[in-house]
Ligand binder design. Sequence first.
Ligand code: SAH
Ligand code: SF4
Ligand code: F3S
Length: 441
Amino acid sequence: MAAPKKLYIRTYGCQMNVYDSERMAEAMGGAGYVETDRPEDADMILLNTCHIREKAAEKVYSELGRFRALKADRPDLKIGVAGCVAQAEGEEIMRRQPLVDLVVGPQSYHRLPQMEARLREGGKALDTDFPPDDKFDTLRQRPRTRRGPTAFLTVQEGCDKFCAFCVVPYTRGAEMSRPPARVLEEARDLVARGVREITLLGQNVNAYHGAGEGGDWGLARLIRALARIDGLARIRFTTSHPNDMSDDLIAAHGDCEKLMPYLHLPVQSGSDRILKRMNRKHTAEGYLRLIERIRAARPDILISGDFIVGFPEETEADFEATLDLIEAVGYGQAFSFKYSPRPGTPAAERPQVPEEVKSDRLQRLQALLTRQQRAAQDAMVGQTVGVLFEKPGRLPGQMVGKSDHLHAVHVTGAGLAVGDLATVEIVESGPNSLGGRIRGA
Ligand code: SAH
Ligand code: SF4
Ligand code: F3S
């Protein structure tokens, strides 16, 4: 038997790309490939790319430049571009980058084995279709390679919201939800392989509406069904839109024990004028009231957010409204970005905020968010939380894991193994993680 060929995948962007990269590796397993973490050993290199901001998209081209030398040494090496840059700029990449052999969009990667066969015949392959066949159904046939106690599970994909700054509705296509039966089947399979925590993924995951028994299931119903799987200890979901936060889902945060007290709920801006221009279809006040209701259901929930500074026409007063909203919410975690004009999106055509103003605002915003994150982390000291241990730490006998609230926690000398879920008393708060001691398992 011939030695297996080697596949190197580099993943950029969001968790959905992480999930997709695993599925691509599994699909290529069927074509005789095994994964390697060394590009220099690879017979095929795949870049799974992100188009969300200009910097993310540019990385692809600098990365391709680096692989040029590898390909010059070994002309048989195949190079492919997958993901959201492939979807948005695939044809241009093929035209301008002769070293690229293959371009595959996020909705057609189940066809990778056929595309690879075309490469072996000496051709090139481009597929950025939104095919009617369900890629998840095709990929379901492949054995999972996932190891470890946590896993992502895509339940929803695409977005119909069309925020004025965002490329996702164009790169991922229209909203679609996988049927609950398929999701439950995949979850049971993951649990049988040792997974104890599942994070449900979707670009707009709380808009989930899968065709199931008795009609359409919302995300809350799906979570409650998943919670009945023995051996599954924790459920999370990301990313949510404020307008799709149903009463049922809020209630689940209060009464579903396996649903972890952490919610990523991006708001982008605290100015109603800007929210309107962003096409977010909610107000700052509406968001604050929603947070209050979520906290009434689950008082210790940790709220995480995304923010954009320097959106077209954002004034100092608009920006200060964002700072006010942040003060009012108190974020435990946050991601913030300078607005990046994206080709084909409405906001890219509008009057832009100067770069130095964006930089100044980002710095002020991040100073506030960092203070809040630090305070939320410090407030854990003295509390007792669940921790799922994921890997050995840097010190001998140390294990690190994630708390219920998604803080990194390290514990030393307790004889813990990867996959253990323990009750931990938090005793110290360091720069990037909490230190704890075991109280029970
Ligand atoms: N579906 C999710 C995530 C979208 S992308 C949601 O609705 O929140 C993740 C984050 O990237 C967004 O929340 C936003 O804060 C940021 N982002 C998206 N487009 C951007 C752009 N053009 N410039 C800067 N940040 C952007
Ligand atoms: Fe992009 Fe808005 Fe959809 Fe999120 S909700 S993916 S920010 S268009
Ligand atoms: Fe990036 Fe596509 Fe995810 S643009 S953030 S990889 S959906």
